[in-house]
Design a protein around this ligand. Structure first.
Ligand SMILES: Nc1ncnc2c1ncn2[C@@H]1O[C@H](COP(=O)(O)OP(=O)(O)OP(=O)(O)O)[C@@H](O)[C@H]1O
Length: 268
């Protein structure tokens, strides 16, 4: 990473947007990422790196451009400008299925399980790329692996239930299970704590930490720091599509630019 900032603090604000990054600066690197929708610039010259094995918080007020950034990285949209590197390779604009093959998975904030399939079958469908084959029944290795993943995410006692029998936190576990079925080494998690009680936040945090302990790098997106403070190693904060701060969570909380960004009603 090169920067013309003279500050040595971990949390940087003034020159945060002027850094430029290269392919080897992290497991996932964004450099100058820009996404425009007609006249609207949703992501504006955004650069940051995700380090191997960390849990990075990607934070910004509503409408800041978090989902659009995710969508550009995971192949939903091609970026208008900029570069995305994954494990040193230029993957800019690669389609979603290629990114999954490379080891990148994501969860969605709005869960989309197949309502007429059991929990274990929903996970198995993510495991088996050929859905036709898996519709005929779950057998052998597929069932074993899907069951193992359900147990991994805390749904081992709910294998045969339908998604609508799960509480909200259970649906999140299922969403994580479906992402794990693609055997990722980088997992992007979209607003995991929305709608959860404090106890559920703590339980899901434990699960996410255990995934990191298994070697998965995590990026957790949220519009505030609730639940994130004790979970993440670092945070990148964006506003109006641009990075305004980056650093350890306690530094981010104290950062004047971050506090200013949240004066409008969102709580940090
Ligand atoms: N497909 C699209 N077409 C046009 N504008 C879009 C599209 N997707 C997002 N936008 C706009 O881009 C801006 C950033 O939206 P985005 O959803 O990325 O923000 P966000 O930080 O994820 O917000 P939230 O926390 O509310 O999910 C918003 O102004 C939004 O209206």
């Amino acid at each position: 990473m090169s920067t013309d900032s003279s500050t040595t603090d971990d949390a940087t604000t003034t020159d945060a947007a002027t850094e430029s990054y290269g392919p080897d600066d992290g497991v996932l690197v964004l450099d100058g990422l820009t996404k425009r929708f007609g006249g609207l610039t949703a992501v504006d010259d955004l650069s940051f790196a995700v380090e191997d094995g960390e849990i990075l918080g990607f934070i910004g007020p509503n409408g800041a451009g978090k989902s659009t950034t995710f969508n550009c990285v995971t192949g939903t949209y091609p970026p208008t400008e900029g570069t995305v590197w994954y494990r040193g390779e230029d993957v800019t604009g690669e389609p979603a299925h290629e990114m999954v093959k490379r080891g990148m998975a994501r969860t969605f904030q709005s869960f989309r399980p197949l309502e007429d399939r059991s929990i274990v079958r929903n996970v198995a469908l993510a495991l088996v790329p050929d859905k036709i084959a898996s519709l005929s029944g779950l057998r052998g290795e597929t069932r074993r692996r899907a069951t193992e993943i359900c147990e991994r995410v805390g749904l081992g006692d709910r294998l045969t239930q339908l998604p609508d029998e799960l509480p909200h936190a259970g649906l999140l576990r299922l969403e994580l299970g479906r992402a794990l079925a693609t055997d990722p080494d980088l997992l992007l998690v979209d607003e995991p704590f929305a709608g959860l009680s404090n106890q559920e936040v703590a339980e899901i945090s434990d699960l996410l930490e255990s995934l990191r302990d298994d070697g998965i790098t995590l990026v957790v997106v949220d519009h505030n720091m609730r639940g994130l403070l004790s979970l993440i190693d670092r945070a990148v904060v964006i506003q109006f599509g641009s990075k305004i701060a980056e650093g350890r969570p306690e530094e981010i909380k104290r950062d004047p630019a971050v506090q200013e960004a949240y004066l409008g009603g969102d709580t940090l």
